[in-house]
Design a protein around this ligand. Structure first.
Ligand code: UT7
Length: 331
């Protein structure tokens, strides 16, 4: 049994936060943000809109486009670092309930910006082992809730949104996800973290009122490790599977920073038209960024059945991953 990437969906909240808006909050400029990150604006969830609310909208679209009845979904995996609730219940169970799915396995993955690739790996393993047939994977983030809008080194980067995909069993090898690579290195844990809110917390209470509940990042160090790790990782997955970079129709990287994407794209000698870029309009949406980018090329008509995608991501943990995925909608 093989695992096929059947469909994609995404949801982008309406409200836009521009670079100029941020320049009113912190000491920054549109010019600095654009030059250093490629970001022009990001979307922000409405007041009462939760991560699961956004995840459900993306998921409903992905299920509809898969051609399946929702009752055929037998596992829901949600990748998020901004869950509805810190410890429990998982955002995946809330999404499952809101979709009207009953009695199925549902859980969250905590792998930060690599979350969607981790979820893809889990879905592939469950499907190939024959344990599940149709897995819904969701990347959803309300990062605005854990962003410190007084810290100019992080608040300019992050946005909200959600993406989802359906991974289904197939006997047709030509439809199969070719490979997924995933890794981590916890010795870099302090490069990107929310220091409050867990058993290692330095505070006794678990609310966002304490500054430690917000994301903190050593941006420049993270940048260097990201470029090095991602370049090695994408080269390795292509070499292992004997696929040349010419065969990649769409390189869909995690949208953290245009300069990181450019460095990795250049190392692979990719042409501009192969590289999918949404960072300018969505900013960094962590676990949601890759499915939002895939949905962007789907909705603009660029993503066609059989197109080979190379996904890559890097994030808190540290974690990283890459995947070679043909787009295989149901025939
Ligand atoms: O998604 C998960 C993984 N995340 C990433 O991969 C993100 C990796 N990091 C980055 O994208 C970049 O490191 C940043 C965009 C966060 C920062 O860019 P940088 O080129 O690494 O800048 P820097 O941190 O080295 O800072 C350069 C200067 C500093 O001033 P001094 O010390 O040179 O006087 C900062 O204080 O830029 C200053 N700075 C800013 N200036 C205006 C930092 N943030 C800002 C800002 N506006 N928003």
């Amino acid at each position: 049994m093989y695992a096929a990437f059947r469909s994609i969906g995404a949801y982008v909240p309406e409200k836009i936060l521009s670079n100029d808006d941020l320049a009113k909050l912190v000491d920054t400029t549109d010019e600095w943000i654009t030059k250093r990150t490629g970001i022009k604006e990001r979307h922000i969830a409405a007041e009462n809109e939760t991560t699961s609310d956004m995840g459900v909208k993306a998921a409903a679209l992905a299920i509809e486009r898969s051609g399946l009845d929702k009752s055929e979904i037998d596992l829901v995996v949600c990748a998020t670092i901004s869950p509805d609730y810190l410890c429990m219940p998982s955002t995946a169970t809330i999404i499952t309930d809101k979709l009207g799915l009953e009695n199925i396995m549902a859980f969250d993955i905590s792998a930060a910006c690599t979350g969607f690739i981790y979820a893809l790996n889990v879905a592939k393993a469950f499907v190939e082992s024959g344990i599940k047939k149709n897995v819904l994977i969701v990347g959803a983030e309300r990062l605005s809730k854990i962003t410190d809008y007084t810290d100019r080194t992080t608040c300019i980067l992050f946005g909200d949104g959600a993406g989802a995909a359906v991974i289904s069993a197939t006997e047709d090898k030509s439809e199969a996800i070719i490979d997924v690579h995933t890794g981590s290195d916890g010795s870099y844990a302090e490069l990107l973290m929310t220091p409050n809110g867990g058993s290692g917390s330095i505070h006794d209470h678990l609310t966002a009122e304490s500054a430690g509940a917000f994301m903190q990042m050593k941006g420049n160090e993270t940048f260097k490790v990201a470029v090095r790790t991602l370049t090695n990782d994408v080269k390795e997955i292509l070499e292992t599977n004997k696929i040349s970079s010419d065969a990649i129709k769409h390189f869909v990287p995690h949208q953290a920073n245009y300069r990181i994407i450019k460095a990795v794209g250049d190392a692979l000698e990719l042409k501009e038209e192969q590289v999918v870029l949404t960072v300018a309009k969505f900013g960094n949406t962590s676990g949601a960024s890759i499915p939002m980018a895939i949905n962007d090329i789907y909705e603009s008509g660029r993503l066609q059945s059989g197109d080979m995608m190379l996904l890559d991501a890097f994030g808190g943990g540290l974690t990283w991953g890459s995947a070679l995925v043909p787009f295989s909608p149901k025939k």
